[in-house]
Design a protein around this ligand. Structure first.
Ligand code: GUN
Ligand code: ZN
Length: 436
């Protein structure tokens, strides 16, 4: 059995950091070693050489758990940065046009390949993705994830109204296709399925009822949808579901809220809605680059935290503008600055790793560097560009270094990504050799 030891500065969170100097929230080894066997971490601590073990020396770089992205649309990789006024215009003008391409043989496969390459280039080793309404797009997604041995969550978007006919399923076909795909992919290798009614506007009551039936039949699947992103979206949703008390109430009425429910955006919630999210354990997913790009609004992290709502952090490609979780943390910081809330860098790196793993109920599997966890890791260089090196000369603490990474870092700061113990970034096609 081969044992590999990754040597470097090792950082892994153990709980949510309460402040920028909360040293009890993480473990840090300035000359650390991560011992990996069969893709799994078997030991972590100060580096010790071991006879027979291969050593990969990543000093002076930081090694963290691979990033986890809680919400994005792999089928929107080619519409990032599309010029639109706001959400509904953006969906109608670009998104619903783009997603129709996934009907074509070959397109989904090509996009899945490019998408996974981009995730790994940015150090993201697990993501929760929407596919298009076409089952083929789901096969391409999980097929590619399986080839790369990545823990991926995804699902076929269900949408049966208020969109072009070529993109719409029906309540029955959405149910049938989702069920077939769950049986094919959920629990196969590292794949996990998310039942994915797009949002209230594009699902009839019959389709939300069909989603409820799927949740009852497959209670260990995730549920993902969008909630309270934009004012016009909220008004339209309430016109379509006049008997529900509010937007959250729509999903509540159809039994779609639970601890495996992931709700993108959650920006404009009322008091009752935050209470319902807290009670049901549903997760509010913060997508800062998307919320800024589409002008959707400012996520209120402090209010949701006080109410006891679980939270996640995500890129929301292609409403979001970067595949990188570091850029996402940087923009999260700015959104919260505008709210008068200060997100410290320990907290944002926690969110992108252990925090998101917990929000997916995958603690113990991914999100930390500890024995028994998958060796899904990222190696980071805070001096990857001349401007970063200049700034690096004037920092003192680990928190400063993380803050530099999230403020100025991009895929150039990702030296390597490991998936189940295997090098996954430097082995991508067309890439230069990894930095030492
Ligand atoms: N609401 C419904 N669909 C979408 C989508 O694709 N992107 C975003 N940002 N919001 C949505
Ligand atoms: Zn989305």
């Amino acid at each position: 059995m081969t044992r590999t030891i990754l040597r470097g500065r090792v950082l892994s969170f153990e709980r949510e950091p309460l402040s920028i100097d909360d040293a009890g929230s993480y473990r840090y080894f300035s000359d650390g070693g991560i011992t990996i066997e069969n893709g799994v971490i078997v030991a972590v601590g100060d580096f010790v050489a071991e006879a027979g073990a291969e050593v990969v020396d990543h000093r002076p770089h930081l090694i963290l758990p691979g990033f986890i992205d809680m919400h994005l649309h792999y089928v929107q990789s080619q519409i990032v940065g599309s010029y639109a006024g706001s959400l509904l215009e953006w969906l109608n003008t670009y998104t619903f046009v783009e997603e129709q391409k996934f009907r074509q043989q070959g397109h989904a496969e090509a996009m899945a390949t490019a998408f996974f390459d981009e995730l790994l280039r940015n150090g993201t080793t697990t993501a929760v993705a929407y596919c298009s309404s076409h089952p083929r797009s789901v096969d391409a997604f999980f097929g590619e994830a399986e080839k790369r041995n990545m823990l991926m969550v995804g699902g076929k978007v269900m949408m049966d109204r208020n969109a072009p006919e070529a993109l719409c399923d029906t309540a029955q076909s959405g149910y049938d296709d989702s069920k077939m795909l769950i049986e094919r992919w959920h629990g196969r290798g590292r794949g996990l399925y998310a039942i994915s009614p797009r949002f209230a506007i594009t699902s009839t009551p019959e389709q939300l009822e069909a989603s409820r039936a799927l949740v009852r039949e497959f209670p260990d699947c995730y549920v993902q949808t969008h909630l309270s992103e934009n004012d016009a979206e909220i008004s339209f949703s309430m016109e379509l579901y006049p008997d529900s008390p509010d937007y959250t109430g729509i999903y509540e009425d159809y039994g779609l809220l639970g601890s495996r429910t992931l709700l993108g955006h959650c920006i404009h919630l009322n008091h009752r809605e935050t209470g319902v999210l807290a009670e049901t354990g549903a997760v509010a997913v913060f997508c800062p680059t998307s919320n800024l790009f589409l002008g959707s609004g400012l996520f209120d992290r402090e209010r949701l935290a006080k109410a006891g709502v679980r939270m996640g952090l995500a890129t929301d490609i292609g409403g979001g503008t970067s595949f990188g979780m570091m850029a996402t943390m940087g923009e999260a910081y700015k959104v919260l600055q505008l709210r008068g809330q200060r997100l410290n860098p320990l907290a944002s790196f926690y969110m992108a790793t252990l925090g998101n793993a917990r929000s997916l109920s995958l603690e113990g599997t991914i999100g930390a560097i500890a024995p028994g966890h998958a060796a899904d890791l990222v190696v980071l260089d805070a001096g990857a560009t001349p401007a970063m090196r200049l700034r690096q000369g004037n920092i003192g603490t680990l928190a400063d270094e993380l803050f530099l990474l999230q403020t100025m870092g991009d895929d150039r700061s990702v030296v390597e990504a490991y998936v189940a113990g295997a090098r996954a970034k430097s082995t991508l096609g067309g890439l230069a050799a990894p930095r030492a």
